[in-house]
Design a protein around this ligand. Structure first.
Ligand code: ZN
Length: 325
């Protein structure tokens, strides 16, 4: 059964739990708890200390007698690890892929936190879409243990399987799968209700990551953002990615500039997804793949293209047309 999409902890069955943060927009990430005999594994922390504190307090009845001994950060974006300092300590392993860990540094954390304070269109955009967060007081707390490929954990007698599917959304994305409960925590391979975002890519790697999820035996799928979903939800994300890949390719081959391609793709069947502006970063990613001589855009440039689209299309703070919050 798919739990309702309300703020707070949700029992997924098999002693796996999700903490959901509606509405799943920029920064509003989900976290998870997997309990074994006498210990627990926490999947991700939040973008700021206030949200992480709230999540840990809500999970505290579950972690009493089952302390968090392992944290897995699904990837290197701040909304999945900035709260690590609140769970770190002796006897706590923090695990991420080696590719993610390379980016989970004090410099990386500072660069992201600075976006909120920029006096330009990127700053305006970030404050507009993620103004409810205040990533300050963050002491970058990186992994204590890294891996590449896959890693099997024993959490109080239960098997938890980590599978690196990056580079995809970011360089080092990881799926966290609990075979005995048939539950997977996907990090930002999945945004449900919003457009997926391909920072690193290429898009084909994000599609392949969706296929990895579709191949698992599952009763609950916890995305990085948005409500708990099923395989139809995964398929829709895959369909969006395949559509954008095909439409961008057509325009590249017809000689359209990237800006023309971004402006001319009709999102059609996907128009109900929030965060429309991600089309700009996703098309940019495809253009880079098709033209390897094109310099790779950094995060700031990716944000600038999304901010441009957001403004030009007259989107609200949820990346849709019309009244927003
Ligand atoms: Zn995220």
């Amino acid at each position: 059964m798919i739990p309702s999409y309300s703020n707070g902890p949700h029992d997924l069955g098999g002693d796996c739990h999700a903490w959901l943060l509606p509405d799943g927009h920029w920064g509003e990430s989900n976290t998870g708890l997997i309990r074994g005999d006498g210990e627990s594994l926490l999947v991700d922390t939040h973008l700021d200390l206030a949200h992480t504190t709230q999540m840990l307090a809500a999970f505290s009845p579950l972690t009493a007698g089952h302390p968090i001994r392992t944290v897995v950060n699904t990837h290197s974006d701040g909304d999945h690890w900035f709260g690590n300092q609140l769970v770190a300590g002796p006897g706590v392993d923090i695990i991420a892929s080696a590719a993610a860990a390379e980016l989970m540094t004090p410099t990386g954390a500072m660069e992201l936190a600075k976006l909120w304070h920029r006096e330009d269109q990127v700053g305006d955009f970030v404050r507009s879409v993620a103004g409810g967060f205040a990533p300050s007081g963050i002491t970058a707390t990186p992994p204590t243990h890294t891996f590449s490929g896959s890693l099997e954990l024993n959490i109080g007698g239960r098997q938890v399987r980590l599978t690196e599917v990056g580079p995809a959304h970011t360089p080092g994305d990881v799926l966290v799968y609990v075979p005995d409960a048939k539950v997977v925590f996907t990090g930002d391979i999945l945004f449900i209700g919003a457009a997926p975002l391909v920072w690193e890519g290429p898009l084909s790697r994000c599609i392949a990551a969706c296929d990895e999820i579709l191949d698992l035996e599952l009763v609950a799928i916890v995305p990085g953002h948005g409500p708990v979903t099923d395989k139809a939800g995964v398929q829709r994300v895959r369909d969006y990615l395949a559509y954008v890949e095909a439409e961008a390719t057509k325009r590249f081959e017809a000689g359209l500039s990237m800006e023309e391609a971004i402006a001319s793709i009709d999102l059609g069947a996907f128009a109900d997804m929030a965060e429309h502006e991600r089309i700009a970063a996703n098309v940019l990613n495809r253009y880079q793949e098709l033209d390897p001589t094109r310099p790779r855009a950094d995060r700031l440039e990716q944000f600038a293209h999304m901010a441009d689209f957001h403004r030009a299309a007259g989107l609200n703070s949820h990346g849709t047309i019309g009244e927003g919050a």
